[in-house]
Design a protein around this ligand. Structure first.
Ligand SMILES: Cc1cc2nc3c(=O)[nH]c(=O)nc-3n(C[C@H](O)[C@H](O)[C@H](O)COP(=O)(O)OP(=O)(O)OC[C@H]3O[C@@H](n4cnc5c(N)ncnc54)[C@H](O)[C@@H]3O)c2cc1C
Length: 352
């Protein structure tokens, strides 16, 4: 099946955009014309059926062409097609019309999540779904929205990209889109995000206490490793060597061996010690980034009155209405000079 998205819903112009990441056979033939063969995986549809899904030849060509394609494959000369491939199309609403909470800017209390925002993918939809759901609930309760930062979660990167830059083709979340990949790890998801779940009533006291205990254990062992020396080097220094592991220092130090510590705590300690330099560098970058994110832009700002900002940037800022100087700086068409002017303007307004 070919997957097309039509965009944008509200601008009056509708265009078809093919997905880059699951192209149809007809698309592949053009894009990868230098290849002389193509692999097709035959996937049985189930235990009780003779139907087979041909993975790798999604297509919306006419039925007789589809038959010719399938029958040209070695082994499938006599295969019959039970259901023909087809193209799907969907409209999406340009996600720049959303606030970072996923509430639409124009219709208060309406939240959008998933494919309607121009994304493709199960996880992309699920990630937005949980955020839009939580933020709708928070809004009803009169509370501040939950907005995850780019340095805190892939969800933060996904939503910030969508609402700041929009998308011209079905958006997929790739790890390469995140600046702070070293910190966005699976093994530290609890340490990064559980606080938000706890604050919002999704995490029990018991789970929270466990995390606090884990943090205390990690901090305690890290301090111990820094302080305790074997010969000229601290235990931390020894663990940090490429050819050494945490197990090596356990065998060197009786006191450390006696300390009760879970597998998860050991893993975190080892990662933090081994990658300390890189992790610290990322934290420094995040600090810089955060300073810009913390400089909030009030909702009442009227960009048309700031003549010093270039016309294109003024238009983009008016359209996107960023909530912070950091977000403003990521809008394409807004230059560092425009951001500086905006910063000076806001500082002046604060004084008034
Ligand atoms: C053939 C195909 C294969 C795919 N394969 C993959 C894959 O392997 N991996 C992957 O990650 N993603 C895949 N995707 C993409 C993924 O399925 C979608 O991006 C994702 O499911 C979108 O989720 P969603 O909740 O935003 O929208 P949907 O799952 O489309 O949910 C929207 C729901 O709203 C309902 N609805 C619509 N209008 C109304 C209305 N007026 N009133 C009430 N209900 C309404 C619809 O019936 C539907 O149930 C595939 C998509 C297709 C088409």
């Amino acid at each position: 099946m070919d997957n097309l998205s039509r965009a944008p819903l509200y601008s009056g112009q509708i265009k078809s955009v093919g997905p880059r990441y699951c192209p149809s056979l007809e698309d592949k033939v053009v894009r990868f014309s230098e290849k002389d063969h193509h692999q097709v995986f035959l996937e049985p549809e189930g235990l009780d059926t003779y139907e087979v899904y041909c993975n790798g030849i999604s297509t919306s060509m006419p039925h007789d062409v589809q038959e010719a394609i399938v029958n040209s494959i070695v082994g499938l000369e006599s295969a019959e097609i039970v259901r023909y491939g087809y193209a799907i199309e969907y409209d999406y609403v340009p996600p720049t019309q959303l606030q970072p909470s996923l509430e639409t800017k124009d219709v208060e209390n309406l939240f959008h999540a998933g494919q309607i925002n121009g994304t493709s993918g199960y996880e992309e939809a699920a990630a937005q779904g949980i955020m839009a759901g939580m933020n709708a609930a928070l809004k009803i309760q009169g509370k501040e929205p939950l907005i995850l930062g780019r340095s805190e979660a892939y969800i933060g990167v996904l939503i910030d990209d969508l609402v700041t830059k929009g998308t011209q083709e079905p958006y997929r979340m790739f790890t390469s889109r995140a600046e702070y990949r070293l910190l966005l790890r699976q093994d530290n998801a609890d340490r990064r995000l559980m606080k938000y779940g706890y604050r919002n009533g999704l995490i029990s006291n018991e789970q929270w206490n466990k995390l606090e205990e884990k943090e205390r254990d990690i901090a305690g062992i890290l301090t111990y490793l820094e302080k305790k020396h074997v010969g000229p080097d601290s235990l931390a220094k020894i663990v940090s060597r490429p050819d050494r592991t945490f197990d090596d220092v356990l065998s060197l130090d009786n006191e450390l061996r006696q300390r009760p510590m879970s597998k998860e705590v050991r893993e975190q300690v080892e990662i933090e010690v081994k990658y300390k330099g890189y992790i610290e560098r990322q934290y420094t970058q995040i600090e810089k980034f955060k300073r810009m994110e913390d400089l909030r832009i009030p909702a009442w700002i009227d960009y048309s009155t700031i003549a010093e900002i270039r016309t294109e940037a003024r238009q983009k800022l008016t359209q996107i209405r960023p909530i912070s100087l950091g977000q403003a700086s990521r809008i394409s068409g807004v230059s560092p000079t425009d951001v500086s002017i905006l910063m000076i303007y806001l500082a002046g307004k604060k004084k008034e």
